[in-house]
Write a protein that binds this ligand. Structure first.
Ligand SMILES: Cc1ncc(COP(=O)(O)O)c(C=O)c1O
Length: 333
């Protein structure tokens, strides 16, 4: 019997979203004819409580990509530059390109975004640094000490964005306490998303935590009513459901470990992950396509990193137990 196809290409939460978030959507859908809050005050307020900061430190956007766009528009003038890593989240360079800003890439070391690798590329044109932590697509992290080392070694006129879209999945204790670092380094902006562990990718909600003057500059660019009723209500409900987040994270860690171990047993070069996806690299494009096609023929759609300019790599979103066993079954023939 053919099994239904499964999408493992966009790092969504395979367990859906919190039942509380679904309930909030159902309770609010009849408000479709009414305008939402102009600047999502209730969500900002809830996020401020979550992080014990002022609501004036919070910036919200229709997805964190929207905030990435605002960051580039706001902080990088003509002829100034964005700096990030190669093999990282594609939107940084894409959005820099939209705004005609140059994006410079530092190399990874052993699939890790090592902050010291950025230093040789820092010039007086550098205005914004993006670090995805965990990194998409490699799933590796930078540590607290590494982030602090970078902040110590660059001018405070450069804004560093630490993109923690997948932070709730991380188990490594060396992961940065970015809020603490922000107290000493106000040029650090922390970016988060409701699209990953909270399972609300379709409703487009992201947020940033920034020092007051930077938050104000960003908030001044926010388009009124850009977050709708359902987005705000579901995001608030999702924040209230710590059980769903904890269960998703636990299951992901177990399943990530299982999948990584099995892929390694098959001789594939999979990288240990701190996120909800696994990166596999290959020596040749042919070897990669063999795996990609085999999974696709069996209804399992993963991400060929070629679409993001990486010829010899695949990224698989970690599924639930049944899905991961299915992947291993297909690969074992
Ligand atoms: C590192 C990283 N940051 C941000 C995003 C975008 O998230 P959003 O859906 O909130 O725009 C993604 C999405 O894949 C991501 O991988």
């Amino acid at each position: 019997m053919t099994q239904p196809s499964v999408k493992l290409s966009a790092n969504e939460n395979c367990y859906g979203c919190s039942p509380l978030a679904l309930e909030a959507i159902l309770n609010n859908y009849k408000q479709a004819h009414v305008y939402p809050e102009v600047f999502a005050a209730s969500l900002k307020d809830r996020l401020a409580k979550e992080y014990n900061v002022s609501d004036k430190n919070i910036v919200v956007g229709a997805g964190s990509v929207n905030i990435i766009d605002a960051l580039i528009r706001t902080f990088v003038k003509e002829k100034e530059e964005v700096l990030t890593f190669e093999k990282s989240f594609v939107a940084y360079a894409q959005l820099a390109g939209f705004h005609n800003r140059k994006c410079v890439f530092a190399p990874l070391s052993d699939f890790r975004c090592v902050p010291n690798n950025l230093l040789p590329f820092v010039t007086d044109k550098t205005k914004l640094i993006f670090i995805a932590n965990p990194n998409n697509p490699t799933g590796t992290i930078i540590t607290h000490d590494e982030l602090e080392g970078l902040l110590k070694n660059i001018p405070s006129t450069i804004t560093v964005v630490i993109d923690e879209a997948y932070s709730e999945y991380v188990t490594d204790k060396a992961f940065p306490n970015s809020l603490l670092l922000q107290q000493t380094y106000p040029n650090l902006i922390i970016l988060h998303s409701f699209s990953k562990i909270h399972g609300l990718a379709g409703l487009r909600i992201g947020y940033a935590i920034a020092e007051l003057s930077r938050a104000q500059v960003l908030n001044n660019t926010q388009i009124p009513f850009s977050l709708n009723y359902l987005s705000c209500a579901s995001a608030i409900a999702a924040l209230n459901d710590k059980t769903f987040v904890a269960q998703s994270a636990k299951a992901n860690t177990e399943q990530g470990h299982y999948l990584h171990t099995e892929l390694r047993k098959l001789g594939l070069k999979s990288i240990a992950t701190q996120a909800n996806f696994i990166y596999i690299w290959f020596s040749t494009d042919d070897e990669k396509l063999k795996i990609y096609n085999l999974l696709q023929e069996n209804g399992i759609l993963i991400c060929d990193m070629k679409v993001f300019g990486q010829e010899k790599a695949l990224r698989i979103t970690i599924g639930d137990k049944t899905t991961n066993e299915r992947i291993v079954g297909v690969l074992n023939g």
